[in-house]
Design a protein around this ligand. Structure first.
Ligand SMILES: [Zn+2]
Length: 103
């Protein structure tokens, strides 16, 4: 009797991520938002460089308004941050209602 050891070589299941543009080995997966959708793309060094050209770091704060339309400032006043205390309807003690003099 002999134990049969099946020895397979290292499983060649290495997933290579390729650039979504040119199918070269990708270097990074980037995510971005376009028209309200979050998308991702695997890009090679070359195409990352292309993407980054003209790009800038995201700044904190209010995003600029695109399209030339001004944000309605008046509507932003008294937003959820302005008012800390939620308006609560406090139940008033029911005053004993004296039967109104019917006269
Ligand atoms: Zn590429």
């Amino acid at each position: 009797m002999r134990a049969l050891t099946l020895e397979r070589g290292p499983v060649a299941e290495l997933t290579i991520i390729v650039c979504d543009v040119c199918a070269k080995p990708a270097e990074e997966r980037i995510t971005f938002r376009v028209r309200g959708r979050s998308l991702q793309k695997d890009l090679c060094r070359e195409h990352i460089g292309e993407l980054v050209t003209g790009a800038r770091a995201v700044k904190r704060g209010r995003p600029p308004t695109f399209g030339g339309r001004e944000a309605p400032e008046s509507k932003r006043r008294g937003g959820p941050l302005g008012r800390k205390r939620p308006k609560q309807a406090r139940p008033k003690r029911a005053a004993p209602v004296a039967p109104a003099s019917t006269q």
